[in-house]
Ligand binder design. Structure first.
Ligand SMILES: [Zn+2]
Length: 144
């Protein structure tokens, strides 16, 4: 979908759900669909992911990241509090994987896949760590 349209809709979702003061960034990122920095109070979505997917997918990813923001607990990651937050935000079946079977993002993913694959395990640890301490700056970030 069109990046500006995705950003407009996600921004509205964030505002409606008490995240008006959180930043929304769209960044060049071919690995993560989205990322959240609790320390920077910032949600970022992948430009490539948005370009290759429709609103249903972007919506689910926005909810995934917004749930991290709402729980706002570095120790929590994708636990029960996160899951309940995602459900409350509007995704009845939240996915805990960072990666998914999305066009342009070719890793499948369930918690079991991640447990069985050391590379995926490392990526998940990085995702969790970024949620805790803030991620490295990515290229091409535009804020909305
Ligand atoms: Zn996550």
């Amino acid at each position: 979908m069109i990046e500006e349209e995705a950003a407009r809709r996600v921004r509205a979702l964030m505002n409606k759900n008490g995240l008006r003061r959180w930043k929304l960034g769209i960044e060049d990122n071919r690995f993560d669909l989205g990322r959240t920095s609790l320390s920077k109070r910032e949600i970022r979505l992948s430009r490539e992911f948005i370009a290759l997917n429709d609103w249903d997918e972007v919506y689910k990813t926005a909810i995934h990241e917004m749930a991290h923001a709402k729980v706002n607990n570095p120790a929590e990651s994708h636990g029960e509090d996160w899951r309940q937050a995602a459900i409350a935000l509007g995704d009845p079946d939240p996915e805990d994987g960072v990666w998914d079977d999305k066009p342009g993002f070719n890793s499948p993913l369930t918690s079991k896949d991640i447990d069985d694959d050391p590379v995926l395990m490392m990526r998940m640890m990085l995702h969790d760590m970024e949620n805790k301490v803030g991620y490295m700056q990515a290229e091409g970030t535009v804020y909305f």
